[in-house]
Ligand binder design. Sequence first.
Ligand SMILES: [Mn+2]
Length: 313
Amino acid sequence: MTDAFSRTVSLIGVPTDVGAGARGASMGPEALRVAGLAEVLQAQGLRVHDRGNLAGPSNPWQPPENGYRHFEAVKAWNEALHGAVFDELQQARLPVVLGGDHCLGLGSISAVARHCRASGKKLRVLWLDAHADFNTAELTPSGNIHGMPVALLCGLGPAALTGIGGTTPAVRPDQIRQIGIRSVDPGEKRLVHEHGLEVFDMRYIDEMGMRHTMEQALLGVDDNTHLHVSFDVDFLDPEVAPGVGTTVRGGPTDREAQLCMEMIADTGRLASLDVMELNPALDVRNRTAEVAVDLIESLFGKSTLMRKTAPRA
Ligand SMILES: [Mn+2]
């Protein structure tokens, strides 16, 4: 048995929305727990260790300064998360980060990348999101750092953020595949092209289907690959998942999202996960958290299909 299926999963709650434009994602970790995340993972045969929540500064709710909102708070939360994720990986545990807004992708993925460098693993990041999150302070109108983590990971931005993992850039664009994208600012679009990010946007998924999309996104994943999934819940169509701060119409349906998760599970290479942007303040009776937990169940190997093949060894 390897990776996801022999390991302890560590839940790391990061109750903050300092990077977001709406308050409420700070309640995400608890909503995922209430929706039964630990129990669902245990039912898959995984050991689950809930590390509780990290601590950090409260949300000061200030306007941007020099193009960034809450720069110091974002830095503090991401440094704390970086340390926590790296610790878990060093102990051969599979970290599941319960966000929190998506600015936390910086702390989480910089830790995963550092672990991959230290252990000689090949890194593949699947970024499931309605947005490319490739903004910079120069481009973003809002200054909300949850729109910038991919750019920061690729080294675009101030050293205090891009250098959190000790190596800048933390990741190369060719290690990232973005899936479900349907809302990109004009300047951001140009930057995404300049940096050669591989994007499977909704147009691609509509035309080619989720199966082909995932085959392409997973191309080259091998036994030495550390597969990280950064799951922004706004990846999903708002009909399925209303409880997010930045809904964008026209996302994957429940079945498309299930297939996406199942095909990731089939690789057997999932080694770390972020679940971001769930906003219980905007949800309907915790429905979106329950949808997210269902999808995470599929990501860890639950297949809804009756198959005659033996379960993964
Ligand atoms: Mn995002």
